[in-house]
Ligand binder design. Structure first.
Ligand SMILES: Nc1ncnc2c1ncn2[C@@H]1O[C@H](COP(=O)(O)OP(=O)(O)OP(=O)(O)O)[C@@H](O)[C@H]1O
Ligand SMILES: [Mg+2]
Length: 750
């Protein structure tokens, strides 16, 4: 089927033909035949790289250019939302029926806002979580939507984030009964069931435009699914790197998926060593230029320096801890073929288009706080593979898993390469997951009676899969809890949320966490300290699962409990009377201890070593408690605890930045993190006013502060910079920048 034969606005045909598109791919043709351009709902379950985005684009343009419609595009990942945002920008040249240009907007950030300005856009890209938050805030434009696209909809089955997507889809279709739903999915076993739920037809295909060969590497040899094999020369002590080097020798590019940020950086470093001195002269010049671009954009940190030096040889790394500007440069340089080996965390695993001829999955395991290590799902494996062999870039692709021994090689072949992707199962009916959604349904006025509530939840995928009765009992329990805790009031059949309930729903925290915080703030400790408040936050289910205390730690934690015995806002459980509660308490204590270490300015490495926490735990605790302390401030305000607002604000900055109280003001300056703030403090600059009075040369004499940063912070402090002062300071070379960066986070794919 040719694009020009489709019932499309002529501007669209022109634009797509201008991009070299002529024929639809078979899955796209199937989607059109299923009526997707006539407004029919559709689940398109089709392999990676089979062109699902184009179907979404055609639908969007149909709605906006021909039907005065408005579309929302839901993505599970920020990285994917911003890639699509960049791609969709090209539609801005198209004109709507009234003559106005089409407008594309994006919203992925802060959850506590309703972003009314988004209403001006015709196409809005949002992460699933952001869309959920917008619905809670009742963003007015949400009920003007005529099309919703749920990309990577198979993530519905993920226990951590799937339920949010499920509720968002249920809600959007409820408030916009006529909305067209287009769900894009990897190939799954029950696409039809998903379709039934969404009142959609489903199209499932196995078609991929570029052949993808999946295989297992073991002991110098790759065994492919179809029986062929290939030898890989061993040049280093790292199998993923050996494979990547082999690909580069043959003129391709390799993408290595690493499990953590730290391992991605390390893999990039090894790749850089191996590639050193190999780039031909002209190639080297452009690598030099990329490296300089990295150094001259964004803040100079140990991480940016590592990246800049790796890039010089044609290697690099990519993870969500890099500033956006650097991620952009790396993606672009990899796309242009300058970077040959890229080590990335799973943030690049879904949806994105990259020229990776070979994808190497260096670990098929994942770590999650409280759950430990577990093997990834087949679905996730397929997403990794799917980054290889993208039609724009390669004629074929291959993706390889690494086995440590023969048995593992067989296991991997059977359980990933030859395995069928899993069925999608709703994970909504876990109480902790369901509670906030029940509250938000009432708080945002989506249900005004008990029956209305059941009605809403009977339309979820969960109810579709397990029957509405299963979920009804749970909702009843939750409703009772919300009424007892005065978040919801029930009068006859009417349900209304109290001010408390509404604020909790908007704050995006578990109602049970809110109750713990409310009671903790009310109870007061004998001696209220930062430790009291941080422990309070650690007690909430929003910070669970908490890192478990190890064998040798119990005595130390017991001692810590005694030392702080007057600072707890709750009764400490008795070790022998209630051992289960006591165990739980020790877990809270350990989390508080880790956060206290962080606020006492211990380095990340020290904390990981001393507390035996897994990489990833620390950052999750920091980010989670940052938000919970903010929520505690809001609840403190609501319940009239004026005296606690200042201590909570102090704590919020301390936990966000990881600093002692005396640095709280200094870290408020842009470009000043915990390390630089400490340097300034040590140099006698203890307040912002003192910085204002210093000359640039004095500032640059402080370790880690270069001329442009000195200028930036002096300006922020309100100081005046004379022209000759800048002339004098600008060429000073900053001393070794020892910025601490959190490397070890297991990628939070959000
Ligand atoms: N009809 C077509 N003709 C030529 N190229 C196409 C066509 N449709 C899509 N493409 C190209 O195919 C590539 C992959 O498409 P897309 O990103 O939509 O894949 P996808 O199905 O969404 O994969 P994933 O599951 O990995 O997200 C893109 O580079 C796109 O430009
Ligand atoms: Mg896609």
């Amino acid at each position: 089927m040719r694009i020009r034969e489709l019932p499309l606005d002529s501007q669209v045909v022109q634009l797509l033909e201008g991009e070299g598109l002529d024929q639809l791919y078979p899955p796209q043709e199937d989607a059109v035949k299923a009526g997707v351009l006539d407004g029919k709902n559709l689940v398109l379950a089709s392999p990676t790289a089979s062109g699902k985005t184009l179907v979404a684009e055609l639908c969007i343009l149909k709605h906006v250019l021909e039907r005065h419609g408005k579309a929302i595009y839901l993505s599970p990942l920020r990285a994917l939302a911003s890639e699509k945002y960049k791609e969709f920008q090209r539609f801005s040249s198209l004109k709507k029926p009234g003559g106005e240009h089409l407008r594309v907007g994006i919203s992925t950030g802060d959850y506590d806002s309703s972003d009314p300005w988004l209403g001006r856009y015709d196409v809005i890209l949002a992460t699933n979580e952001k869309a959920d938050s917008l619905l809670r805030h009742k963003a007015p434009w949400m009920n003007e939507l005529s099309l919703v696209i749920a990309d990577e909809v198979h993530l519905l089955t993920e226990h951590a984030r799937g339920p949010t997507l499920e509720v968002v889809l249920t809600r959007l279709t409820e408030i916009n009964p006529k909305i067209q739903v287009l769900a894009l999915s990897a190939t799954v076993r029950n696409a039809e069931e998903l379709g039934e739920w969404l009142h959609a037809d489903s199209v499932t295909t196995e078609w991929r435009p570029v052949p993808l060969r999946e295989g297992i590497y073991h002991d110098g040899q790759v065994q492919f699914r179809e029986g062929t094999s290939r030898i890989v020369a061993g040049q280093t002590n790292s199998p993923p790197l050996d494979i990547a080097l082999d690909v580069v020798t043959k003129g391709g590019q390799a993408l290595i998926f690493s499990e953590t940020r730290r391992s991605a950086v390390e893999m990039g470093r090894k790749a850089a060593l191996a590639l050193k001195g190999q780039a031909p002269k002209p190639e080297q010049r452009s690598l030099d230029a990329i490296s300089n671009r990295i150094l001259s954009s964004g803040e100079k940190t140990r991480l940016s320096e590592a990246l800049a030096s790796q890039v010089l040889t044609g290697a690099g790394f990519h993870h969500a801890g890099l500033p956006g500007a650097h991620r952009g440069i790396i993606e672009e340089s990899f796309r242009e073929g300058r970077i040959k080996i890229l080590a990335a965390t799973p943030t690049l695993a879904a949806g994105v288009n990259l020229p990776a001829r070979t994808v190497i999955i260096s670990s098929y395991e994942r770590y999650e706080s409280g759950y430990g290590r577990y093997p990834i799902s087949v679905l996730e494996y397929k997403q990794f593979c799917g980054r290889a062999g993208r039609p724009k870039y390669d004629k074929f692709g291959e993706s390889l898993l690494i086995a440590r021994n023969h048995d593992e090689a067989e296991w991997l072949m059977e359980n990933y390469v030859l395995a069928q992707p899993e069925k999608l199962w709703s994970k909504l009916a876990v109480e902790k997951v369901l509670r906030p959604h029940v509250l938000s349904t009432i708080a945002a006025g989506y249900a005004r009676t008990e029956d209305g509530l059941y009605d809403f939840f009977s339309r979820t995928f969960y109810a579709h899969q397990y029957g509405p009765r299963m979920i009804k009992g749970k909702i009843g329990d939750i409703l009772r809890f919300l009424c007892t805790e005065k978040m919801v009031e029930m009068e006859g059949k009417e349900l209304t949320a109290s001010k408390f309930g509404k604020r909790v729903s908007e704050l995006y925290i578990d109602p049970e966490s809110a109750v713990i915080i409310r009671d903790g703030l009310y109870n007061r400790a004998k001696k209220l300290t930062d430790f009291s408040l941080i422990h309070l936050v650690c007690k909430t289910p929003d910070l669970a699962p908490r890192p478990r205390p190890r064998g040798g730690e119990f005595d130390g934690l017991g001692l810590l409990a005694t030392q702080h015995s007057e600072e707890f806002t709750f009764q400490v459980p008795e070790q022998f009377e209630d051992p289960v509660a006591y165990d739980e308490f020790l877990g809270e204590l350990k989390a508080a201890q880790v956060l206290e270490d962080w606020m006492e300015e211990r380095t990340e490495d020290e904390i990981l070593e001393a507390r035996k926490v897994e990489p990833g735990d620390l950052l999750r605790l920091v980010q989670g408690s940052e938000w919970l302390v903010f929520a505690a401030q809001e609840l403190g305000r609501l319940f009239g605890h004026k005296d606690l607002l200042a201590p909570l604000e102090m704590l919020r900055v301390r936990v966000t930045k990881g600093v002692r109280p005396e640095l709280v003001k200094l870290v408020g300056l842009e470009g000043v993190g915990r390390v630089r703030a400490r340097m300034l403090y040590r140099a006698g600059l203890k307040t912002v006013d003192e910085i204002k009075e210093k000359s640039l040369t004095e500032l640059t004499s402080i370790p880690t502060i270069g001329p442009s940063l000195a200028k930036k912070i002096k300006e922020q402090a309100g100081g005046l910079i004379k022209a000759d002062e800048w002339e004098k300071a600008k060429n000073v070379k900053p001393s070794e920048v020892e910025q601490q960066v959190m490397l070890t986070e297991y990628e939070d794919t959000n």
